[in-house]
Design a binder for this molecule. Structure first.
Ligand code: ATP
Ligand code: MG
Length: 413
């Protein structure tokens, strides 16, 4: 717990105090209460209160009406946002998606009852008191993810909770309670009711989290992946199961610093083709930018799979897929981390590459066209690419006169 976390927690308690001064109840709840007990960094601090949204709004100077219909108001306190939500229950779940209705309630315990896991259903008060009706603290010390109430029923209400259970187990290195695992096995088919972006957001958090290898293995073993609303590419589903044995092929995903490089490593090791990787990213609703990056990284990995240490293959791949893809692939195989199986040489090769894109050449396309007084056309791109290869492989210096001279030979071919 850093000073910044300590400060954030205290600021949250000030929001609590202000509400109490106006005669309302208020507590810090959910992820922040859990992370506080775990001594983990806090990312956002949520407040639950007996005050209704308009009463919350009237209690602070700067508020944003974030989700009024769900009872949530964002309070700005000393420049930091705090989500303040009125005690509420949820009911309905006629489609295992979102509750049909939410109702405000008077008791914090009722609010805690709607929450997914015991470790997420604790509330911390101003005086250091904890409201913990479901034994969240006990489960925290026992390192166990357990549902609030009956797992089957809770997963039936909102099937996303099955994916969240796996996320928390992997993030905290916790076990799943037997009832949770049984609940997942029996309710897995209800995952098809859950919007892909909700699943994608959880999966991406898992990939960014403490132990993505374990998360992906649990996801594969749980059978959940067979029940997505939008199916995964068939090859990938099989690859996910086989992945368990693939740990020797590179670093553990958690030892790769960047989340997208982790996706690239995981997808490649599952045997995904580049177009399958792109389709996968689209299915789980990663942004277009990340989809493109991951796709290029997987394409790079695919190219290198045949002769992983080969310098010439590597350089050509850099020219075909770009330097960022090369860096991602090197990160994915663990170059620079001490377990990159001799790929340190390729890392060095990338750093020393005289040029990796035609934009870096000391000659421009329009210059070539003018030089031979020829209309620009596809021939320009071809000549530039040939020049780039010569420069990248160190056969030609990257200077204007030398390039124009060499272009002579390429322009006719
Ligand atoms: P993280 O630290 O990763 O954000 P979190 O526990 O804060 O984890 P959020 O998705 O931010 O997770 O949700 C905040 C709180 O809301 C949870 O701690 C939990 O109490 C409750 N919650 C969130 N999603 C659900 C759900 N699908 N079903 C029941 N309760 C939920
Ligand atoms: Mg949170």
């Amino acid at each position: 717990m850093t000073d910044a976390d300590e400060r954030l927690w205290r600021m949250g308690l000030e929001v609590v105090r202000k509400l109490q001064e106006r005669g309302f109840e208020a507590y810090l709840v959910g992820g922040c209460a859990r992370d506080r007990l775990l001594g983990r960094p806090l990312h956002d601090v949520d407040v639950a209160t007996s005050a209704h949204p308009e009463q919350v709004a009237a209690s602070f100077e700067r508020v944003i009406p974030t989700g009024l219909q769900h009872g949530t108001v964002t309070v700005m306190h000393e420049g930091t946002p705090f989500e303040v939500t009125t005690y509420r229950t949820e009911s309905g779940y006629s489609d295992a998606r979102r509750p049909d209705s939410v109702a405000f309630v008077r008791d914090i315990r009722e609010d805690l009852a709607r929450r997914d896991f015991t470790i997420n259903a604790m509330a911390a008060g101003l005086e250091g008191e904890w409201i913990d009706p479901y034994g969240g603290r006990e489960d925290l010390s026992a390192c166990i993810v357990r549902c609030v109430g009956d797992a089957d029923r809770r997963f039936g209400e909102d099937a996303l909770r099955m994916v969240r259970a796996i996320r928390f187990a992997a993030a905290f290195r916790f076990r799943l309670a037997k009832s949770v695992w049984r609940g997942i096995r029996s309710q897995a088919q209800r995952l098809r009711f859950v919007a892909m972006e909700r699943i994608g957001a959880e999966w991406d958090k898992m990939m960014a989290g403490a132990d993505p290898d374990r998360a992906c293995r649990l996801l594969a073993r749980s059978g959940l992946m067979a029940h997505l609303k939008e199916p995964l590419p068939a090859g990938l589903k099989a690859g996910m199961l086989a992945y368990r044995t693939a740990a020797e092929v590179g670093p553990k995903l958690r030892d790769i610093a960047d989340t997208d490089a982790r996706w690239i490593a995981w997808l490649s090791r599952c045997g995904a083709e580049p177009e399958e990787a792109v389709r996968f990213c689209r299915t789980i609703r990663l942004s277009g930018k990340r989809e493109a990056r991951i796709g290029q990284g997987v394409a790079f990995a695919r190219r290198m799979a045949v002769s992983p240490g080969d310098r010439a293959t590597f350089i050509t791949a850099v020219l075909d897929f770009g330097k960022p893809a090369a860096s991602d692939w090197l990160a994915a195989i663990g170059a620079g981390t001490g377990n990159g199986h001799g790929h340190a040489a390729l890392l060095k090769c990338l750093e020393e590459l005289p040029a990796d894109s035609v934009r870096q050449l000391a000659v421009r396309g329009d210059e070539l066209a003018r030089h031979w007084d020829r209309p620009a056309g596809p021939w320009v791109a071809k000549v530039l690419r040939s020049l780039l290869e010569e420069v990248a492989f160190g056969r030609l210096p990257n200077d204007n006169a030398a390039l124009l001279r060499a272009a002579e030979a390429f322009k006719e071919s």
